[in-house]
Design a binder for this molecule. Structure first.
Ligand code: FAD
Ligand code: MLT
Ligand code: ZN
Length: 493
């Protein structure tokens, strides 16, 4: 891919990188933290779906907030465009350049700054990898209030910038609630320091909220202060097979009332997503293990229910009573419960692995939507029918661009992921899907992004979820913070 891949976007009137720029950056961060080699730059230029690729000739990896400030101030003075980058696991093309924007990678800023053992408040650099943060917290009896499949490479600053939702939002809520403070380098290089440790603070506008979910458009997040809950001592997983989407909804309703305070995740997968995961994982499906002849996941729908609490006997008894009742009355057709830590992890892979599995055939068009529960699965069926009408989908016929449409997600949060798996990225498929899919979501009172954000993919479609008044206010905020528009241009708005 080159800039010609984006014929509809024109490079804006930003400055050009010069040898003096490179020299200045080296004088600030040291030679080894400036990347200019084209092969080495590929990682920073291309997103993890291999769908978006920019052509930056410069990536800089500062180690301190002061260094970030000096770099950004220089960019401000020379009107150079920048892309803040965390682990580059984002799914909307927001973390990579579109043209020659400088990549400012936070990967060199990965230290824990402090941890309060009484309150559970963690303060850390933005480039700390989520899994490292959680491992540190585990040693101290706490848990990071966010978990997601990319935990091994995404950064906590990237999570905040994306306002990631993840697998346990149902239990721990959104980052808008758990982030207590931030440190941000603003687009002119000013350091905004609100690394607070206060749960309650009603002195004026809550400015940090603006940066949560701002996707690198308002500044570079350099530090995060976050409230972490006590780590649950007992965790159980039930992986269930169901015959209808109605049964999925009933099971969710029942789980909320009967598992109540111990319910920590309620995730959903359709058969097609499990089939794709099976092709990727190449192992027996959890509900087909006793029957080697059942090669394809047997049920049209699956749910993964997690309970987390402080007393194993109590949680076991609660889950057992719940499962007995939903199996007896036929709401759930089949199921398996984790017996140990390793089985628990294996069961999660059938849910978490869908993301990577969806990318194995060549490419994936992703729609990450909030919708009212009753119509949520209709979207997947409508898209399958539409692709069939246009003769674009076949699992077995390699001449068709689309392999299949899979549905899964955080149904407990009203969020479904629709992945259209393709053999290669294809404009005919894209035109068949967009803007049709966004109009459908808008017509059904949903949001075109539940958690992945707008990035480059949805920058032209925000109007399907936000009113003109809202968009005008957002543009005002953007121009107040970043009048030159140097922070992550061509994205978001
Ligand atoms: P990046 O991808 O590097 O960046 C994401 C955005 O934030 C970009 O716009 C970037 O410019 C900006 N940004 C990054 N760091 C900073 C910073 N320090 N300051 C300012 N801006 C910054 N998302 C969910 O919500 N829920 C999920 O369950 C989930 N699961 C995932 C599973 C997989 C396997 C993958 C690959 C992705 C998943 N994602 C999920 C998407 C993604 O949002 C998260 O992986 C993560 O939050 C992105 O963090 P990152 O550090 O990789 O950020
Ligand atoms: C997930 O829930 O698995 C993530 O949001 C990632 C994805 O959809 O690819
Ligand atoms: Zn998700």
């Amino acid at each position: 891919l080159t800039a010609e891949s984006y014929p509809q976007v024109k490079r804006l009137d930003f400055g050009q990188i010069t040898p003096q720029t490179v020299d200045f950056f080296k004088s600030v961060v040291g030679e080894s933290a400036v990347v200019t080699d084209q092969d080495d730059l590929l990682f920073y230029n291309e997103d993890q779906m291999r769908k978006y690729r920019g052509q930056s000739s410069l990536c800089v990896k500062p180690k301190t907030t002061q260094q970030v400030s000096e770099i950004v101030k220089y960019c401000h003075e020379h009107k150079l465009a920048l892309v803040p980058q965390g682990g580059n696991t984002g799914l909307v093309g927001g973390s990579v350049p579109v043209f020659d924007e400088i990549v400012l990678s936070l990967s060199g800023m990965n230290k824990i700054r402090s941890f309060d053992h009484t309150s559970g408040i963690l303060k850390a650099d933005a480039g700390l990898i989520l899994e490292n943060a959680d491992n540190f917290l585990a040693e101290n009896g706490y848990i990071f209030p966010l978990d997601l499949g990319a935990k091994g490479s995404c950064h906590i600053g990237g999570n905040v910038a994306a306002n990631a939702g993840g697998l346990r939002l149902l239990r721990y809520g959104s980052l808008h609630g758990s982030v207590l403070g931030l440190e941000v380098v603003l687009p002119d290089g000013t350091i905004y320091d609100s690394m607070n440790a206060l749960r309650k603070d009603n002195t004026g506008y809550d400015l940090k909220q603006l940066f949560i979910g701002s996707e690198g458009t308002l500044g570079v997040i350099t530090g995060v202060s976050i409230l972490c809950p006590a780590r649950p001592k007992a965790v159980n997983i039930a992986f269930l097979g169901l015959e209808s989407y109605e049964a999925v909804q009933n099971t969710f309703k029942r789980a909320r009332s009967e598992l109540c305070e111990v319910l920590s995740a309620f995730e959903f997968m359709d058969r097609q997503s499990q089939w794709q995961a099976k092709r990727f994982l190449k192992t027996s499906h959890p509900l087909a293990q006793d029957d080697p002849d059942v090669d394809v996941p047997e049920y049209p729908f699956y749910v993964l229910i997690e309970t987390s609490g402080s007393c194993k006997e109590h949680d076991d008894a609660k889950l057992e009573t719940f499962l007995e009742s939903i199996m007896e009355d036929g709401t759930v057709a089949d199921g398996v419960v984790s017996q140990d830590e390793s089985q628990l992890k294996t069961l999660w892979t059938w849910r978490e692995g869908i993301s990577e599995a969806s990318n194995m055939d060549g490419g994936v068009y992703k729609y990450d939507v909030s919708l009212p529960l009753p119509v949520m699965y209709d979207l997947i069926e409508v898209l399958r029918a539409r692709l069939d009408e246009h003769g674009l989908r076949s699992i077995s016929d390699a001449s068709k661009p689309v392999v299949d449409v899979v549905g899964y997600g955080h149904i407990g949060d009203g969020n479904v992921h629709v992945n259209v798996i393709v053999r290669e990225y294809n404009k005919t498929v894209e035109k068949c899907l967009e803007p049709y899919v966004y109009q459908w979501i808008s017509d059904h009172h949903g949001s075109i992004s539940a958690e992945h954000g707008l990035g480059f993919q949805k920058k032209n479609y925000i109007g399907y979820s936000k009113s003109e008044v809202e968009i005008a206010l957002m543009k005002d905020i953007k121009s107040k913070f970043d009048p030159q528009g140097i922070m992550n241009p061509y994205k978001y708005l």
